[in-house]
Write a protein that binds this ligand. Structure first.
Ligand SMILES: NC(=O)c1ccc[n+]([C@@H]2O[C@H](COP(=O)([O-])OP(=O)(O)OC[C@H]3O[C@@H](n4cnc5c(N)ncnc54)[C@H](OP(=O)(O)O)[C@@H]3O)[C@@H](O)[C@H]2O)c1
Length: 296
């Protein structure tokens, strides 16, 4: 397959780039050239620009676009909604319009934040559950989903949550840094979701893409936890004292953007399609730390 990746410099896109490069002809498009992408396979393009996006995609004429690019500043979006909507909603529309020309499939990555966290079934949100985004970021991602659904019939929308992985440090890595520096580890008692390991997700995206089973799919590692449980597990793995934990609520934090309290995603469509569930978040976390922390 000829595959075009957006956001190849990012946390997920870096792993998508390397996983899809094994067995497919891959090109990346975006604003900032990432060093791991050879220049011959790089196309400079800002997704906010409709004409540039159309030109880049139709020139490449890929079979599939894996769309990992996103405006991800959840709090920043509250004071800069235009930018969030430009990238996450209109950017997705620009890609979808370009995909129409040669019937290219689009795999767009989205978020658990499209749910408000109040009406989840006990074991997490299913693909058939109603969305209700609480923040500007979440609205912009949902709007992007709608453009993709409305403009294409060959699309995958993949919602995921709480990413961590080797491409850049995330909350999981910061927990270790804070604790090792003797600092308190802030962790929310009222946020529960599924930490998801980007190499696992990238491999699952590849399996999904090759299946041609289009539509909306929730994809995360197995299990779920609060931020406190996540931080506690990380400290336990590293033999660091639990006394460093500083449990807080969203109200204590005073984040500009509201986050869902419970946004765990059931991987129902994935499971019903007969795919093997992704391993538990704890097993993935163990691999992450064996691969990254010792080399830092
Ligand atoms: N991170 C999480 O915990 C999380 C949770 C749930 C869902 N997701 C979803 O997973 C996907 C990947 O997230 P991530 O955390 O891997 O992202 P990330 O590390 O923040 O990377 C985002 C990428 O998007 C690119 N980008 C931003 N604006 C662009 C534009 N106008 N034109 C072209 N490229 C642009 C950035 O390139 P530049 O460097 O050039 O700006 C960057 O490479 C997103 O759809 C996100 O919503 C993430």
């Amino acid at each position: 397959m000829k595959v075009l990746v957006t956001g190849a410099a990012g946390l997920l896109g870096t792993d998508v780039w390397s996983v899809f490069s094994q067995g497919h002809e891959v090109t990346a498009m975006g604003r900032t050239h990432p060093p791991h992408v050879p220049l011959s396979q790089w196309r400079t393009c800002d997704l906010r620009d409709a004409a540039q996006t159309y030109k880049t995609v139709t020139r490449e004429n890929p079979d599939l676009i894996v769309h990992c690019a996103s405006y991800n500043d959840v709090d920043g979006a509250e004071s800069n909604p235009d930018e969030a909507f430009r990238v996450n909603a209109l950017g997705a529309r620009h890609l979808a319009l370009a995909c129409q020309r040669f019937d290219t499939a689009l795999m767009a990555v989205s978020t658990d934040y499209v749910f408000d966290g109040t009406l989840a079934p006990e074991d997490g949100y299913r693909e058939c559950d109603a969305t209700h985004p609480l923040s500007v970021y979440a609205q912009s991602k949902r709007w992007g989903e709608l453009f993709v659904e409305q403009l294409l019939h060959k699309y995958f929308i993949v919602r995921t949550s709480w990413l961590f992985g080797p491409a850049r440090p995330t909350y999981a890595d910061k927990v270790v840094e804070w604790a090792r520096a003797g600092q308190p580890v802030p962790c929310l008692t009222d946020m529960c979701s599924v930490p998801t390991y980007t190499p696992d997700l990238a491999r699952a995206l590849q399996r999904l893409a090759e299946s041609g089973l289009y539509g909306l799919v929730h994809l995360t590692n197995g299990g779920f936890c609060t931020r406190v449980e996540l931080a506690r597990e990380i400290l336990r793995m590293h033999g660091l004292p639990e006394s460093r934990l500083k449990p807080m609520t969203q109200a204590d934090f005073k984040h500009p953007a509201k986050r869902p309290v419970f946004s765990c995603l059931q991987n129902m469509v994935w499971r019903l399609n007969g795919f093997t569930p992704l391993r538990s978040w704890k097993d993935a976390l163990r691999e992450h730390f064996s691969a990254t922390l010792h080399s830092r």
